[in-house]
Design a protein around this ligand. Structure first.
Ligand code: C2E
Ligand code: CA
Ligand code: CA
Length: 720
């Protein structure tokens, strides 16, 4: 399974998502149109109602006006007096008609409805007179006074449906009624039309069922004529305006929506692209572009899960470049980067489409090989990878050779979960490295305890210092004569949370290999000086690794620590091995002189194990030699060693050095060493390395014993 860079998922349904926007716009505009339409309808109905009411009112008002003007007429007074004088009355009525622009006026008797006098245009009146008479008759029958007035304030069709008259009646005195009639002709209608703002007011025969009509009954109450007009179209006009506005608003909203939508889509796409890039970056090594550890583990987990469905295995190959650090140190990081990229490409070219290569970090790569039938397939791949790595890398003109070491594990053989398989491959890698690098190793279930421990040290020691899992124990060196404590040697222990106490014999060399010895040594130095404060006057020995000793600022550091913890000169004793001296003897000599000058004592540790050249003793300014335990061990077996030990002690003494014998386990050894003049003894016979509290106890016991004894109290100086 080749892991390809994540693809940008396109915003799906891009075209679909514009539909709801348009639907929304449509809905909004639609409901706005509905509301507008309803409002317009209501407005129109209201308008119609108003027109009708105004019309009716105005018709009545016309009659009222007529009546009012008649009653104001000054000639009427005379009319009352001479109501029986027909000629005069008719003259008066004629004058009234002219003034009032009425057609007809009559004086009617209240009692019998007889017309006492009348005046009017003969042709119009004659045509209507019968109607007038009928009207007067009807009114009289109904009780002339009140109802006449009522009739007079309405518009009535008086004749054949051709015209309408406004009729006004006025009681005159106790016996007479004045009836005045005026035609509502086309001029009158036009006037009404403008006055009421009701357009095109006109008569239509018969009753009309259109809304904009007002039926006018004849005297019998039947409808004979309708007054019709054109409805005012304010609502329709508003609607039309609204429609125009709505149309443009819709277009504007649609354009804005489209613009916003495009903006949104663009930014969504940008976000998706960024996300895809981020997720690619999160899953890939930026330098080589290869998948990273997380991706590799995911792929591995996926393949393990799938294993039961297959009859093949999967293999994990962990690749670690050899001498990669040299590339960086010699040619710089840019060159190192190029090697990483080139190497990644070379390996990738060797893999099948279904295999995965990942960069785990630094110069570590991993390959997941799928569908493996025999281990041979994997070892063959490992060998081709090693061969590919051994071809020179071109770096700006220079060629550079590196190598690669490969650790291999298989699933399901070596485990069925990611962690176990990776650990197995890592263990195999570790073994391959120990066997000399530029090779591969398969994970074997039976790894030696030592290998396992060394691996643990590699993996966890740095964290151990940070987590304060280290501790110091102290082993006394006693005066061979008195058996009293002369000094203590600080020995480091690692209290591992799961593996328990781990001996420095296991992890010191690993710490040296991995560059952890300096922080470890610093910690030990400080801790020992801190503990030394408990034991005034007692010398404290601290083991110093060659690597630590060669640090440029080592002497300075020691001086600083001594100052910080108030260690008096002569109380700190550094135990150095020959390893310190072999590499750069001059520098070592200088450092030793400096250390001596600040009052530090120097012991040559493990004497008798290495070259054990006596030259060291002559050239370098040691204060003490510590004869190694192996020396004593062989002494038991052969008499020769006893002579050697004897002569070493003698030599030491002759050179003015203190001599300590390490690993003293038997009374026999003690007696011998005491006899040959060895100053100090250290070993399980006296005490194992113990805690600070245990040393406190020992010193306390000694002091108490001294009180009751005649022996002088022990001090390191008295022993020399
Ligand atoms: P070393 O400096 O030679 O320390 C003496 C070792 O011999 C200690 O082992 C001690 O426990 C052991 N020993 C003492 N008496 C007897 C005995 O009677 N019988 C036997 N069988 N063993 C005895 P340890 O503590 O495991 O230390 C091992 C080595 O680790 C030390 O050898 C020293 O080289 C190194 N080491 C310990 N602590 C430190 C440290 O703080 N810094 C450095 N650089 N090295 C350390
Ligand atoms: Ca030592
Ligand atoms: Ca030693």
């Amino acid at each position: 399974m080749r892991i390809v860079p994540g693809q940008v998922k396109r915003a799906q349904g891009t075209s679909l998502s514009i539909v709801p926007i348009f639907l929304l716009v449509l809905c909004v505009m639609g409901s706005m149109a509905l509301v507008a339409n309803r409002a317009a309808m209501r407005q129109e109905a209201f308008e119609l109602d108003r027109e009708k009411r105004q019309l009716v009112q105005s018709l009545g008002f016309e009659a009222e006006n007529l009546l009012a003007s008649v009653s104001r007429d000054e000639g009427l007074g005379e009319l009352f007096q001479s109501q029986r004088n027909k000629d005069q009355s008719e003259r008066l009525l004629g004058a009234l008609n002219r003034r009032q622009a009425s057609d007809y006026a009559a004086l009617v008797s209240k009692m019998d409805g007889q017309i006492a006098a009348e005046s009017g245009e003969s042709e119009t009146f004659n045509a209507r007179s019968s109607n007038i008479r009928q009207l007067i008759e009807t009114s009289r029958m109904r009780g002339l006074d009140a109802s006449m007035i009522g009739i007079g304030r309405e518009a009535r069709v008086l004749q054949d449906g051709q015209s309408v008259l406004t009729l006004a009646t006025l009681p005159i005195g106790r016996t007479m009624i004045l009836v005045v009639i005026r035609p509502l002709g086309s001029a009158g209608l036009r006037r009404l039309s403008t006055m009421l703002a009701i357009p095109n007011l006109r008569f239509m025969p018969g009753a009309s069922d259109i809304k904009t009509s007002y039926a006018i009954p004849n005297l019998g109450g039947q409808e004979q004529l309708s007054l019709v007009w054109n409805p005012s179209r304010t609502a329709a006009e508003t609607l039309a305006d609204l429609a125009v506005f709505g149309f443009f608003a819709s277009i504007a909203i649609a354009i804005i929506a489209l613009f916003l939508f495009n903006r949104m889509r663009a930014s969504t796409e940008a976000i998706l692209k960024r996300e895809a890039k981020a997720s690619h970056e999160a899953r890939h090594d930026p330098l080589s572009g290869l998948p990273n550890r997380a991706v590799f583990c995911d792929a591995l987990a996926e393949n393990i899960e799938d294993l039961p469905n297959r009859d093949t295995n999967i293999a994990v190959l962990l690749l670690d470049l050899d001498k990669f650090k040299d590339v960086n140190d010699t040619y710089g990081h840019a060159a190192g980067d190029k090697v990483i990229v080139d190497f990644g490409n070379r390996v990738r070219a060797l893999l099948r489409q279904t295999d995965v290569i990942a960069r785990l970090g630094g110069d570590e790569f991993a390959v997941l090989q799928r569908s493996v039938r025999t281990h041979m397939e994997t070892t063959r791949l490992a060998q081709t990878i090693i061969d590919a790595a051994s071809a020179p890398f071109m770096l700006d003109g220079a060629t550079m050779r590196i190598g690669v070491t490969v650790g291999i594990s298989f699933a399901p053989d070596d485990g069925m979960d990611v962690a176990t398989i990776l650990r197995a491959a890592d263990t195999a890698l570790y073994r391959a490295k120990n066997e000399g690098r530029n090779r591969f190793a398969l994970y074997e279930h039976r790894m030696t305890e030592a290998e396992r421990m060394r691996k643990l040290v590699d993996d966890e020691l740095r964290g151990a210092i940070e987590r304060d899992e280290l501790t110091l124990v102290y082993q006394p060196q006693v005066h061979s004569d008195s058996g009293r404590i002369a000094s203590v040697e600080a020995l480091v222990r690692w209290r591992h949370p799961t593996h328990g106490i781990i001996s420095p014999a296991t992890f010191i060399s690993a710490a040296e290999e991995r560059g952890l010895i300096v922080p470890l040594g610093d910690w030990v130095m400080k801790r020992a000086c801190y503990d030394a404060a408990r034991w005034p006057g007692l010398r404290v020995g601290v083991n110093v690794s060659a690597i630590q000793f060669r640090q440029a600022n080592f002497v300075q550091n020691v001086a600083q620590v001594m100052k910080d913890y108030g260690i008096e000169p002569g109380r700190l004793e550094l135990e150095l091995t020959e390893g310190v001296l072999v590499e750069d003897a001059d520098q070592a000599e200088a450092a030793m002189m400096d250390l001596r000058s600040i009052g530090v004592k120097l012991a040559l540790d493990d004497f008798g194990t290495g070259y054990s050249s006596l030259i060291y003793l002559r050239r370098f300014a040691f204060d003490k030699i510590k004869i190694d335990k192996s020396f004593l061990d062989s002494m038991e077996a052969t008499g020769e060693s006893a002579i050697l030990v004897h002569s070493v002690v003698h030599l030491g003494r002759a050179l003015g050095l203190e001599v300590t014998a390490e690993g003293v386990e038997t009374e026999e050894q003690r007696r011998f060493l005491q006899a040959v003049g060895c100053h100090f003894l250290q070993g399980y016979l006296f005490s194992k390395p113990v805690s600070v509290e245990a040393i406190d106890e020992m010193l306390k016991a000694e002091r108490e014993q001294a009180k009751g004894s005649t022996l002088p109290p022990a001090s390191p100086k008295t022993a020399a």
